[in-house]
Ligand binder design. Structure first.
Ligand SMILES: *[C@@H]1O[C@H](CO)[C@@H](O)[C@H](O)[C@H]1NC(C)=O
Length: 366
């Protein structure tokens, strides 16, 4: 009886651990994290995980403490994503109900799993990690796999979508490798052969040995991809989708890279994390001050205000109303508002008199 309770307590502890791991990655899409399309097959997910896990392994990343910290977060995300997507049951739940569904599944006492990040990594790499996995062997082998070309595609994203972040459905017509009739030579290797051609005489030569493989052909297929643009993404930034580039027979497909371009916005101009806006005020407002509102990219209102005199071309900086920062969408750059002053077209005699009276003494320094 007592023992039972201890076991139960242990498993709750374990569950809590899983929950906190997945909470850190809440809001991000597992497919995006692994840079694979939603329909990616198991092998692609595995290869994507392998590449990313090696790249972001905390022991591998060099740089400042902050870069290391970011890599650690990425590494945890990558592991959480792989844990969910590599298990067909969990993946089904995730596809249908998202992260919430997985959490419920885990707390419902399903097979739970709950591997801390490091465990998944060592399971995946068969415990070779630590024994010089990064030393060479494994890495070099990967270099030799022939790879198709990367494909670059422009993705036009409005400033508003860069401000808020958005997902886009993109239909892509791509070449895929499909089986065809007949056989072809493949996996050819050069082999050194020694042959005796007479007493005490040997001849060495190389031959090529190949296997017979199913013939293949390239066919065009339309495919729908979902591309997620994070809030704060920059013009020119690339969004990679793993192995969706040019296919390579007996090798790996290249990657597909969407390059963000954003057309000019009617009212806002972006420079880095900051936004610029031209506001027009009347001469009266320039002189006695004003309070007005402008509509930001997402529709929220920003107050413009002055108690004093505003000269034409004057710039006011409003902190926190610029673009969201790429690494932390809760923080924003600033908004630089430049004022244009609208002068009256002409004044009548009476107005001139009033203005004269008003300003006669203002510039007595001249
Ligand atoms: C503001 O006006 C200046 C001068 O006309 C122009 O060069 C600039 O591009 C404008 N900025 C915005 C954000 O529209």
């Amino acid at each position: 009886m007592g023992q039972h309770q201890i076991i139960a307590a242990k498993s709750t502890l374990c569950l809590l651990l899983i929950l906190s791991v997945s909470l850190t990655s809440a809001g991000r899409d597992y497919y995006d994290i692994l840079s694979v399309p939603r329909g990616a097959d198991e092998a692609t997910i595995k290869r994507a995980y392998r590449k990313l896990a090696v790249k972001f392994h905390p022991d591998k990343v060099e740089g400042s403490a902050e870069e290391k910290k970011n890599a650690e977060i990425r590494f945890a995300e990558i592991n959480a994503a792989y844990e969910a997507l590599s298990d067909s049951e969990k993946r089904k739940i995730y596809d249908r109900h998202g992260e919430e569904g997985l959490k419920q599944h885990a707390s419902g006492g399903g097979r739970g799993g709950g591997n801390p990040a490091g465990d998944i990594f060592s399971q995946f790499f068969g415990g070779a990690f630590g024994g010089g996995f990064f030393g060479g062997g494994g890495g070099e082998e990967e270099e030799q796999t022939p790879k198709g070309n990367d494909v670059y595609v422009e993705l036009e994203v409005s400033l508003r979508d860069l401000y808020l972040g958005n997902s886009f459905k993109v239909v892509r017509d791509k070449s895929v490798i499909r089986p065809a009739k007949g056989k072809r030579k493949c996996n050819c290797k050069n082999k050194m052969v020694t042959r005796q051609v007479g007493p005490g005489m040997y001849q060495q030569y190389t031959t090529q040995e190949c296997e017979d493989c199913q013939n293949v052909q390239l066919v065009r297929e339309a495919q729908e991809l979902v591309v997620t643009v994070d809030a704060g993404a920059a013009d020119g930034q690339e969004i990679m989708i793993f192995e969706e580039g040019e296919p390579m027979v007996d090798g790996e497909a290249g990657d597909l890279k969407f390059v963000i371009t954003s057309p000019p916005h009617r009212l806002f101009q972006r420079t880095g994390d900051d936004l610029r806006y031209n506001a027009t005020i009347t001469l009266m407002e320039a002189l006695i001050g004003f309070t007005k509102e402008i509509e930001h990219l997402d529709g929220h209102k920003v107050a413009l205000h002055s108690d004093g005199v505003t000269i034409p071309g004057e710039q006011h900086v409003i902190q926190g109303e610029g673009m969201p920062l790429k690494d932390d969408a809760h923080q924003h750059g600033s908004l630089h508002v430049t004022y244009t002053v609208l002068f009256p077209k002409k004044l009548d005699q009476k107005q001139k008199g009033l203005v004269k009276k008003l300003f006669e003494t203002v510039h007595d320094e001249l």
